[in-house]
Design a protein around this ligand. Structure first.
Ligand SMILES: NC(=O)c1ccc[n+]([C@@H]2O[C@H](COP(=O)([O-])OP(=O)(O)OC[C@H]3O[C@@H](n4cnc5c(N)ncnc54)[C@H](OP(=O)(O)O)[C@@H]3O)[C@@H](O)[C@H]2O)c1
Length: 259
C-alpha cells in the first residue's frame, strides 16, 4: 500500500511543491485547497498515484472540521499543514475579519488537524507532521524599520514553532515526528496575493524549501530552517529560550520591588 500524505494549500507554492514531490515519491495524496480547478489539475498531473481532492476553506470551522475528520479517519503517513495567508498591515488597520481568517488558517487549522492526525499516527507507530511556519517566527525582537507590519502573522508562526517543539517532545519514542519548517522569503504567490511585488528580492524556490523539509526530517530536525547555513544560530536561540525558562522563580524579581 502506498504511503498517504495530506497537504493543505496544495494548489500553489510550497504546498503544490510538497504535493508534487510526495507524489513523485509514490505517496497517494489528499490535496486540500479552495481552488477546485487547480486541485483537479494537480490530480490529473499525477495519474500514477491516487489523488483525492478536497475543497475546503480553512478559515471556517466547517472547513477545518471536515479536514480534521479526514485526518482522523485516514491512515496518514504525513500531514503537511501548509495553507496560509499573511495580511501584512499595522494591527489597528487590519480588518477584524482578516485577523480572524489569518488565525484560523495559520493557528486553528494546523492545531486541530494535527490533533486529529496524531492519535492514529501514534497507534500505527509512524507518522510525520510538517507545520509550515517561517523565519518571521524569530523576528519578534526586530525594530519597526525591519519588515512590514506583521504582528498577527509573526504570532501565528511562533505558535507553530512552539507547538511543534513541545509536541515533538511529547511524542518522543512514538515513531511520530513533528517539524516546524521555517523558510525565509520564497518565490510563490504569497506576496502577490496581497499586492506586494517581491520579484526583485532574492527568493528561495518552493522546491528547495521542500527538499530542506524532507531532508530535515531525515536529520531529525524539529525546527528546519532551509536558508540558515549555521545551525549553531538556532541552537543558540533554543539554549537561550531554555535558560530564560529555567531562570524564573516564584520570587518577584528585584527590579519590580518598590524602592
Ligand atoms: N512565500 C513565502 O515567502 C513564505 C515564507 C515563509 C513561510 N511561508 C508559508 O508558506 C505557506 C505556503 O505559502 P506559499 O508561499 O506557498 O503561498 P501561496 O502560493 O500563496 O499558497 C498559499 C496556499 O494556501 C492556500 N490557502 C490560503 N487560504 C486558504 C484557506 N482559507 N483555506 C484553504 N487553503 C487556503 C491556498 O490555496 P487556495 O487558493 O486554493 O485556497 C494556497 O494553496 C504559508 O503558510 C506561509 O505562511 C511562505
Amino acid at each position: 500500500m502506498n504511503k498517504l500524505a495530506l497537504v493543505t494549500g496544495a494548489t500553489s507554492g510550497i504546498g503544490r511543491a510538497f504535493a508534487e514531490r510526495l507524489a513523485a515519491d509514490g505517496h497517494d495524496l489528499i490535496a486540500v485547497g479552495r481552488d477546485r480547478n487547480r486541485l483537479e489539475e494537480l490530480a490529473a498531473a499525477h495519474p500514477d498515484v491516487a489523488v483525492r481532492t478536497v475543497v475546503a476553506d480553512l478559515s471556517t470551522d466547517d472547513g477545518v472540521d471536515a479536514v480534521a475528520g479526514i485526518c482522523a479517519d485516514e491512515p496518514l503517513t504525513m500531514l503537511v499543514n501548509n495553507a496560509g495567508v499573511a495580511h501584512y498591515m499595522p494591527l489597528a488597520e487590519l480588518p477584524a475579519d482578516k485577523a480572524r481568517e489569518l488565525v484560523h488558517v495559520k493557528v486553528v487549522a494546523p492545531t486541530l488537524l494535527t490533533r486529529a492526525a496524531v492519535a492514529g499516527m501514534q497507534e500505527r507507530g509512524e507518522g510525520k507532521i510538517v507545520n509550515v511556519a517561517g523565519m518571521i517566527a524569530f523576528s519578534g525582537p526586530a525594530d519597526k524599520s525591519v519588515m512590514p507590519r506583521r504582528a498577527v502573522y509573526a504570532g501565528s508562526l511562533a505558535h507553530l514553532v512552539a507547538m511543534s517543539q513541545t509536541l515533538s517532545a511529547e511524542l518522543a519514542d512514538t515513531g511520530v515526528q513533528v517539524q516546524a519548517l521555517c523558510p525565509g522569503v520564497v518565490a510563490t504567490e504569497f506576496h502577490s496575493r496581497q499586492g506586494i511585488d517581491m520579484s526583485v528580492v532574492p527568493r528561495m524556490s518552493a522546491d528547495d524549501v521542500v527538499t530542506a523539509g524532507l531532508r530535515g526530517l531525515e536529520l531529525g530536525e524539529v525546527v528546519c530552517a532551509p536558508g540558515v547555513e549555521d545551525t549553531g544560530l538556532l541552537d543558540a536561540v533554543f539554549r537561550a529560550d531554555l535558560a530564560a525558562f529555567g531562570g524564573q522563580s516564584p520570587e518577584l524579581a528585584s527590579r519590580y520591588r518598590a524602592g
